[in-house]
Design a protein around this ligand. Sequence first.
Ligand code: SAM
Length: 305
Amino acid sequence: MSIKEHPPQSEESQTGEPMHVPVLLEITLSKLQPVEGESYLDLTAGYGGHARAFLNRTDNYLDSVLVDRDENAIKTLGDLAEKGVTLIHKDFVSAAQDLVKQGRKFDVILADLGVSSPQLDRAERGFSFRFDGPLDMRMDNRTEITAADIVNSYSVDDLTQLIIRYGEENPGRARRIAQAIVKARPIQGTTELADLIKQTVGRGSMKHHPATRTFQALRIEVNRELKLIEELLPLLPRLLNKGGRVGIISFHSLEDRLIKRYFSEQATAGYEAELIVPEKKPVSGTEDVHNPRSRSAKFRYAVKK
Ligand SMILES: C[S@@+](CC[C@H](N)C(=O)[O-])C[C@H]1O[C@@H](n2cnc3c(N)ncnc32)[C@H](O)[C@@H]1O
């Protein structure tokens, strides 16, 4: 399944910033069971929706750490920093490596992968073809490569492979899209690219805009999303106290496949396993009718032995 363009979240914060409604909040709380005094590590803190709820339960701000690679998100977490939480503006692998080096361990860890609604809903971030913006898609604006760089420099073969692998696009359509992109260069805008794809491959299904898969592929490549998840997973047991719990929310099958594989390796590793996986199947987000983003969400969790 590919990522759908998430429908706009209608709410806005008092500062005019589109708000992010945390996904599967009740489920994450009930499975990870944060209790008073426990330390909390949020690897994708975003706008702090989950973090505030977890920290409300643990009431342990001093031993808790919130990570996000997006400067705009980190800026909204100042009130939690004032209460003693450590904020880290880095990708979660660099942050986790630093914490491992410092010998830090936590009782509860959460990673809510993917993009936030404010990232999607701000035209200038260039994640969405619902708004006309520059082809940017960087979660961290210190990253050098933008989606425009990829679109305007990769060969037809490289673009085709990218759209197949990360967009899960049909190979024939992927090649036609790649050829059209190379012919139309330079391409700078989100709607320019989306319109080109629509003209090239037609309207697509009723459910998805024909550019959805290409946009997914570009976003994953710009932000090295799957590589970072793969590097993060083996670090998690090293960051957990005995009995500590880690939960991961993913939004498409490419992400979930990596988590599922790692958790099942743990579940079958016998005495060498570092984690217990209480539930083989993920909890899915279909029941959360108030939050459209949650429809494609899957939650898996594990406990440190
Ligand atoms: C779905 S949002 C998290 C929302 C948050 N749970 C909340 O309730 O507000 C995902 C966040 O993870 C961040 N993110 C994604 N991949 C990351 C990575 N590899 N390292 C650090 N942050 C990442 C994004 O910048 C985004 O803010």
